[in-house]
Write a protein of this length. Structure first.
Length: 464
């Protein structure tokens, strides 16, 4: 985009320079020649006046009085009736420029100068024109670069936001560009993101409510049928067993429909190397942590893989990191604990954590502990759940958020080799994974020890 805009502007500048520069060069060339002819004509007029005055006084022409009127290297030829032809200066060799004047009462004056002097002035004029053209091109190039950047950067950003929206990232942005058309597109994207997020959330809530209600009613129906199965009449018992079979098939259909819906949402998920994704998150947030004087640490076995969508995963973890940076304190730690079927990514900080009243509603849309919109955590959970994972608050104070992901089929590092840590702050970088590095949050690390599958099971039990 930027390259095309830059080339277009430079082509316009080049066309303008050629359109004006070529005629200006021709005019300058001829103007120098015309000025030389005018100078020679003016000199001949002055010579004619001097000679006329001398003849009127009855004197012979004195050539010594005419030397200062003849240009250096020039030649003056005087032809007057009744007088011998006279010359001032040497013969001009090579190409020359001359001007002739016919005197009143007869006589002729011819002044000739070498063409080299005129050519030098003409070339000097062309050089000035060329310098002006070069300066115009340089100024036009600078303006083209600035204009291309001013236009291309916002358009690229809008295109990136549109791509993120298509990938399932429904976060809005307050950034505007000072260009009314692009600002309007940005507003439409924000409005669309908000509407789509609300629509998807309503659909998911509806599906969850329907699933819950169906399961509750089917469970109650099955209990009633099991009671009827104790009836002494064999015909009644036979019909009850048939009804139980139908109930079981209905439960299976509901489970299959829900599983199919989840699999369609996660259709874009692929096997990812988790260390690479976390490295991108760390790179994105290092400058922000440096400016805040905080430290960001990442611990991840290099060969751990997960089944997820890269954009959704990075955005969800980015929301947790941003939340820890804005509302937390101290070092922010991202720790990965792989398991056979699940991988948990823990994001922890040393801040005051989440108030007891908000623990059960921290992921609800519109719920916030500060002056934020309360949308980020809800979207982060939606991103993770869209790929078949789960996001949970594992501990309120100090806070630990757990991202449970489906483990990939790739090999895992068994020796604890880490992706490394990025740190920023007044004290410099902090390297996680070294001998002196501790687990996340001390006691929280001990409380969170175990495989990802054990953590998932424990959290699911708490949720029940």
């Amino acid at each position: 985009m930027r390259r095309r805009i830059l080339i277009s502007i430079l082509l316009v500048v080049a066309a303008t320079v050629l359109t004006l520069g070529v005629p200006l060069s021709v005019v300058s060339w001829r103007l120098v020649a015309d000025m030389m002819h005018q100078d020679l004509a003016s000199r001949l007029d002055s010579i004619s006046k001097v000679l006329t005055a001398q003849i009127a006084e009855g004197q012979d022409p004195h050539l010594s009085r005419l030397d200062f009127l003849v240009p250096q290297g020039g030649r003056l030829v005087i032809k007057m009736p009744g007088h011998i032809d006279q010359t001032v200066g040497d013969r001009v060799a090579g190409e020359s420029i001359s001007e002739k004047l016919v005197m009143t009462g007869g006589g002729e004056l011819r002044l000739t100068v070498p063409a080299d002097a005129v050519r030098a002035e003409q070339y000097e004029a062309l050089g000035l024109v060329g310098l002006a053209v070069l300066l115009s091109i340089l100024v036009g190039t600078v303006i083209a670069i600035i204009t291309a950047r001013r236009l291309a950067t916002p358009m690229t950003d809008v295109a990136r936001r549109a791509a993120r929206l298509g990938a399932g990232d429904f976060r809005t942005s307050s950034r505007r560009y000072g260009i009314s058309e692009l600002d309007r597109v940005a507003e439409v994207l924000d409005s669309s993101a908000t509407d789509i997020a609300a629509l998807i959330r309503r659909e998911r809530d509806l599906a969850s409510d329907i699933s819950h209600q169906l399961r509750t009613r089917l469970t109650g129906l099955r209990l009633r049928l099991e009671e009827l199965a104790q009836h002494p009449d064999p015909d009644v018992v036979s019909e009850v067993h048939a009804a139980l079979d139908q109930t079981d098939r209905l439960v299976t259909v509901v489970d299959d429909l829900l599983a199919n819906a989840r699999s369609r949402r996660a259709a874009g998920a692929t096997e990812l190397r988790l260390a690479d994704e976390l490295a991108e998150v760390r790179t994105e947030w290092e400058s922000a942590f440096t400016a805040a004087g905080r430290t960001l640490q990442v611990r991840c076995p290099r060969r751990t893989t997960v089944h997820a969508t890269g954009v959704r995963l990075r955005e969800a973890i980015g929301v947790l990191v941003d939340n820890a940076l804005k509302h937390g304190a101290g070092t922010v730690r991202i720790t990965v604990r792989p398991g056979p079927t699940m991988v948990v990514v823990e994001v922890a900080d040393e801040g005051p954590g989440v108030a007891d009243a908000l623990v059960g509603h921290i992921f609800d849309r519109g719920v916030s502990t500060a002056d934020s919109t309360g949308i980020g955590l809800g979207l982060a959970r939606a991103f993770i759940e869209a790929d078949g994972g789960r996001l949970a608050l594992r501990r309120a104070r100090p806070p630990i958020f757990g991202v449970f992901l489906v483990a990939g089929r790739g090999p895992e590092s068994q020796d604890g080799e880490d992706v490394g840590a990025g740190g920023a702050g007044s004290a410099g970088a902090s390297v996680a994974g070294s001998g002196a590095a501790s687990d996340v949050g001390g006691a929280s690390g001990r409380a969170a020890e175990g495989s990802a599958d054990d953590l998932a099971t424990a959290d699911a039990a708490r949720a029940e």
